[in-house]
Ligand binder design. Sequence first.
Ligand code: GDP
Length: 307
Amino acid sequence: MGFFDKIRESLARTKQQFVGRFDEVVKRADAPESRSRPVDVETIEALEEALISADVGIAAADRIVATVRDRRGRGDSLRDLVKEEIRRILHDAERPAPDGHRPHVVMIVGVNGTGKTTTVGKLARLMKEEGKTPIICAADTFRAAAVEQLEIWAHRAGVDLIRTHGGSDPAAVVFDAIAAGKARQRDVVLVDTAGRLHTRVNLMTELDKIRRIAAREVEGAPHEVLLVLDATVGQNGLVQAREFMNAAGVNGIILTKLDGTAKGGIAIAIAHDLKLPIRYVGVGEAIDDLIPFSPDEYVDALFEEKW
Ligand code: GDP
């Protein structure tokens, strides 16, 4: 299956919930006799409701509705206006992935249970398929089980894993992994970090320490700090995200479990509210179930008329 088929399939539940309502709203407004008329209040309200039911969030739904109301009257269909505005919200949050010195250091952060460990394995595999030579660093030294899980994923992905044998200082493992990356001429170091310590302050202090070690060893590192967010958590994920953004320098999002929710509109809320690019989405539990996020594919899959 190609990436488009995968995103389409992962959005099946969201579509079931959203598309029926949306189609009903736009059908009336897009009928030939009403196209040049302003959109009535009832339609606007129904549109807003349909968007919020898909977890697009109040702020993004407001922006979409306001734009649609303003632009209507030039004969454009309501369907196309909504699609275009969603596309614009997603594109506005896009940034080119930072690129610079080697090895490229990517820190994966997020709370436990979001799919962090699984995602590191999938990402290593995806990068390998793109011709890169990643190495995985097990810096979540607090969860022995997590390190073992990660080892299994590294094996599946066919990449080396650097872990500690003894001491439990995550920054020291990161130091070792970067040294190994340099010695073995690997171009990416993927760092799995802890998702829970005794307190949030401890966690953020630890992430900061890892950042400082990485910065000392490779210029500009960590080049990417990707926050793993679980799509099934919905709007609460945005609260989580803000905490990590403030403390950990997050510059991109990986949205997991898109296949497990009818609230796939959360991608739009993330782009709108956090202004951070979504880099990848998790679409299942298998190793090849992580795909690069494309705003256009997402919008096309969500609004595809025949499916
Ligand atoms: P961690 O605690 O954040 O490291 O989370 P794990 O990587 O152990 O994942 C937690 C659970 O989420 C596991 O059962 C994974 O199989 C599942 N999971 C992770 N990513 C996805 C995804 O994209 N889709 C689905 N359906 N499940 C996922």
